[in-house]
Write a protein that binds this ligand. Structure first.
Ligand SMILES: NC(=O)c1ccc[n+]([C@@H]2O[C@H](COP(=O)([O-])OP(=O)(O)OC[C@H]3O[C@@H](n4cnc5c(N)ncnc54)[C@H](O)[C@@H]3O)[C@@H](O)[C@H]2O)c1
Length: 421
């Protein structure tokens, strides 16, 4: 294929070298003449191990060239990939000036009567909605009704890491292809033909948010690791050994467990121990801002879920909550998010009933008993049996866990708090 790459920085020049090495013809476009000269001299415009070799080989074979200004190159291209920078703006949002500028240039140079649409791929990291609300209108302003036939818009985030960018290009952790309708793109399939990685065909906005999620998660991991490291140092214990133990656990720690958006955390251990770690951190001067934010984040989530569960529901409406303990098959109600939900529903004036076959107030003992009656003193009058739960007299059913799968309820009245779709 013939492929244009706009922006020859770390992402664009790596893509250019790797794609050319696969036998495609690449034309690079960058407003910076130094980068363009480097490519045309057979050198990498950025320092990236192995990239000089790829670019020099491709240049010798006549499979790569670069220009500072676009003329008629797009006419022969199957794909154009945009890799211009999206630095931080003054308000923290991405500065989209380079994306806007390059999009205007591309749109001006696309022939509206093209026989095959140009697959126009954005790799620059940008806010969800950018392709549909920011880029597409720029293209439509130039191409009008011909846009749909002349352009196939794709968002395809880049997962390379500088210094191992070439290996990451050929062995990515995943490939994400976002299109307006989540449809497959034949040109993207051809581009990734030789690369073996899980592939996700999704809507544009899900693809756009991927980098934000990944990079924020990496930042959370580093900040968390360093907070734990600080606590260990201040307690004069080995952070290295603690890390060895932590990372050895691929069942619960380094795993997908607890990463699915859904209900708040609760139960007898997590909130209590997070609270105590906060205390230890404060006591030792460890300044753990991330750990300190966890309980507040959890409370915010409980409130968010309460608002969602009661959206459009009139005061006095009949509400059934399915699941009261913090997870299935236990009667432990200590710090269960469902207890907080019940409390908020009662305070807001709803007529609440609760179904949870594992919870029998007469059987509660010890701290569990104390917690339950402190936080939900009306519990005896709230619990109902399965027949009542299935009676369909409730205006809304709020599921807090998968117990809801065991009862027959009207799906149109169900709000499921256990999974965020
Ligand atoms: N660097 C990474 O490791 C990495 C990884 C994944 C994603 N990203 C994202 O990819 C994008 C590019 O990152 P980068 O590190 O390669 O940026 P970079 O700053 O190294 O390169 C951007 C290039 O775009 C060029 N450019 C700007 N305006 C242009 C225009 N109108 N026409 C043509 N070229 C133009 C610049 O001259 C520059 O060479 C960013 O959105 C970044 O967030 C970066």
């Amino acid at each position: 294929m013939k492929i244009a790459i706009f922006g020859l920085g770390y992402v664009g020049s790596t893509a250019a070298g790797c794609i050319a090495s696969q036998g495609h013809c690449v034309i690079g476009i960058d407003v910076n003449p130094v980068k363009v000269e480097a490519i045309n001299a057979g050198r990498a415009p950025v320092h990236e191990p192995g990239l000089d070799d790829l670019i020099s080989a491709a240049r010798k074979d006549g499979r790569i060239a670069a220009v500072t200004e676009l003329s008629d190159e797009l006419a022969e291209c199957d794909i154009a990939i945009v890799c211009v920078g999206t630095p931080s703006g003054v308000d923290g949002a991405h500065d989209m000036n380079h994306v806007a500028e390059v999009t205007r240039t591309i749109a001006r140079h696309i022939d509206p009567t093209r026989h095959h649409p140009l697959t126009l791929v954005y790799r620059s990291t940008m806010r969800p909605g950018s392709c549909e609300k920011f880029i597409l209108p720029i293209i439509e302003a130039s191409l009008g009704d011909a846009t749909g036939k002349a352009v196939e818009l794709v968002y395809n985030p880049e997962f390379l890491r500088e210094a191992s960018a070439i290996d990451d290009y050929f062995n990515p952790p995943k490939i994400v292809i976002g299109t307006l309708q989540g449809a497959r793109s034949a040109n993207m399939a051809a581009l990734y033909d030789e690369i073996d990685a899980p592939i996700f065909h999704v809507g544009m906005r899900e693809a756009e948010i991927t980098k934000f999620v990944d990079n924020s998660w990496h930042a959370v991991k580093v900040a968390f690791a360093n907070e734990i490291g600080r606590i260990c140092q201040n307690l004069d214990l080995s952070a290295r050994q603690v890390h060895e133990i932590f990372k050895s656990d691929s069942k619960l720690n380094i795993s997908a467990t607890y990463t699915r958006p859904g209900g708040a955390f609760g139960g007898s251990c997590l909130p209590k121990d997070v609270r105590a770690l906060q205390y230890i951190a404060a006591d030792t001067g460890s300044a753990t801002h991330l750990v300190d934010a966890l309980l507040r984040s959890n409370e915010a989530h409980k409130h968010h879920q309460f608002q969602q569960a009661t959206e459009g529901l009139e005061r006095g409406a009949k509400v059934l909550m399915v699941g009261l303990s913090f997870k299935l098959e236990t009667d432990d109600l200590r710090e269960s998010p469902a207890v907080d939900m019940a409390r908020k529903l009662l305070e807001a004036g709803y007529e609440l009933e609760i179904y949870d076959p594992w919870v029998e107030p007469g059987n509660l003992v010890g701290q569990n008993l104390g917690y339950t009656y402190a936080w939900l003193p009306a519990i005896d009058g709230l619990l109902v049996d399965k027949a009542r739960a299935e009676s369909r007299v409730h205006d809304r059913v709020i599921a807090t866990n998968r117990l809801v799968d065991d009862i027959a309820i009207d799906a149109s009245r169900l709000v499921d708090m256990s999974v965020i779709p």
